[in-house]
Design a protein around this ligand. Structure first.
Ligand SMILES: *[C@@H]1O[C@H](CO)[C@@H](O)[C@H](O)[C@H]1NC(C)=O
Ligand SMILES: *[C@@H]1O[C@H](CO)[C@@H](O)[C@H](O)[C@H]1NC(C)=O
Ligand SMILES: *[C@@H]1O[C@H](CO)[C@@H](O)[C@H](O)[C@H]1NC(C)=O
Ligand SMILES: *[C@@H]1O[C@H](CO)[C@@H](O)[C@H](O)[C@H]1NC(C)=O
Ligand SMILES: *[C@@H]1O[C@H](CO)[C@@H](O)[C@H](O)[C@H]1NC(C)=O
Ligand SMILES: *[C@@H]1O[C@H](CO)[C@@H](O)[C@H](O)[C@H]1NC(C)=O
Length: 365
């Protein structure tokens, strides 16, 4: 793998810090602890932890004491304790509340509540989905009604009072009322908004402070910018602003767009697209006040030896606009930083010698 459009900018000053993230597998039994030195731009594998099974979707608990990983094939969520030496120990596995007449799913997404210490998730069979929530100890769980559709993505409003769920098949956005007083029920759907003229919206995120959600379409390679009301409601006939993710010099039909994220400055939005042989990162600037997408400001492309089914962007939580990209089935985790309009590599790690890497990457610090 080689960065084509990347200038290596050596940091002259700044505070060197070590950062850590966990990487799961789509079909393996390891969970990896990685370390990034953002001054030296070096990545290393610090722990290869035994996992309960694959963990294609993960979330770090708000306390930073636990990692939760999900296993769609047997409908379970496992909790791991994060030790001082950054190793992970399996502490327990719970069943997702049975729904859609099954306990096996094709896709699970996990997400951490903004206001409580609960873990939320979506589980989909491809035709039928439910949302669920569980307390840290798994003692208390709840789930939504069954939803005829394929929920593949969840996002929170900044105040944590709304949980948005994106349906890949019916291209609708559901807006769940999550109360901060008493217990939310996952039964109170405030909005059910159809994104018109949109197919296969694969992932959705929200702006960290503004009233906006964004989604990417897998096959038409578009970025959708969806404004919300000031109370985070989605209008029934909402019209998304649309942007082509790829430059016109690339043959868009060869690509699928697979992931998007906002990096730590909250002012740039990144998308990742894949063809059979090449990955393309596109970076868009956002209006600092409203979060509206302005324009593409940077791009980088690199060659991959084969097509990948799934590439995911994990934005770093610390200053510096750095992202990690984890990739399946190539098994590569690559780190990329943005300085102004220049993208540069912060290193990469090849975990492809272990089977089944990589699922989602999640940052601890
Ligand atoms: C960003 O770029 C500027 C000049 O282009 C350079 O002085 C600075 O050191 C760079 N910062 C990092 C973190 O690489
Ligand atoms: C679950 O099974 C019941 C009874 O067979 C059926 O009525 C219902 O439609 C099924 N639900 C789904 C989501 O397949
Ligand atoms: C979804 O439903 C269709 C039509 O009923 C069926 O052909 C397909 O196999 C189902 N897919 C999944 C993943 O269950
Ligand atoms: C959300 O639910 C709470 C508790 O039931 C309720 O007080 C509030 O009005 C609901 N929000 C909306 C927008 O309906
Ligand atoms: C629907 O979206 C496509 C791009 O995906 C665009 O070319 C077309 O103009 C849109 N049609 C309408 C009616 O908005
Ligand atoms: C980005 O938004 C998050 C969430 O509100 C906030 O904690 C963080 O300070 C913001 N970052 C910057 C650089 O403003």
């Amino acid at each position: 793998m080689k960065f084509l459009l990347v200038a290596m900018v050596l940091a002259g000053c700044g505070n060197a810090a070590l950062h850590h993230l966990f990487v799961g597998t789509t079909d393996g039994s390891s969970l990896y602890t990685l370390e990034l030195d953002d001054q030296l731009k070096q990545v290393s594998l610090v722990k290869n932890n035994a996992a309960a099974g694959a963990s294609p979707s993960m979330v770090v608990h708000r306390s930073k004491q636990y990692l939760f990983g999900s296993r769609p094939s047997d409908g379970t969520v496992s909790r791991y304790g994060i030790k001082d030496d950054l190793s992970l120990t399996l502490e327990g596995t719970m069943d997702i509340p049975a729904s859609c007449n099954t306990t096996a799913f094709t896709d699970i997404k996990l997400s951490s509540d903004v206001n409580s210490f609960d873990i939320y998730g979506s589980a989909s069979t491809g035709n039928c989905s439910t949302l669920f929530a569980t307390s840290t100890d798994g003692f208390y769980t709840m789930r939504s009604r069954e939803i005829l559709g394929d929920i593949r993505s969840l996002a929170w409003s900044p105040n944590g009072l709304h949980l948005f769920a994106l349906d890949y098949k019916t291209h609708t956005v559901l807006n769940f009322n999550i109360t901060d007083t008493g217990s939310p029920t996952l039964e109170d759907v405030l909005d059910n908004a159809l994104l018109s003229n949109v197919t296969n919206p694969r992932q959705m995120i929200s702006h960290p402070t503004g009233h906006r959600i964004y989604a990417i379409t897998q096959d038409s390679n578009e970025l959708l910018d969806v404004p919300l009301s000031t109370s985070d409601r989605v209008a029934k006939d909402v019209v998304a602003a649309r942007f082509n993710v790829l430059p016109s010099t690339l043959k868009a039909s060869d690509y699928t767009t697979q992931s998007l994220a906002i990096s730590s400055s909250n002012s740039t939005l990144w998308t990742l697209s894949r063809s059979n042989g090449q990955s393309v990162i596109s970076v868009f600037s956002l209006d600092p006040t409203t979060g509206a997408v302005l324009r593409a400001i940077a791009r980088a492309a690199w060659k991959d030896v084969s097509a990948s089914k799934n590439s995911l962007i994990a934005p770093a939580p610390f200053a510096g606009d750095i992202i990690a990209v984890s990739n399946s089935p190539l098994g590569i985790v690559a780190f990329i930083g943005l300085n102004g309009t220049t993208l540069s590599s912060y290193g990469r790690l090849d975990l492809g010698s272990d089977p089944g890497c990589c699922g989602e990457a999640v940052w601890l610090s």
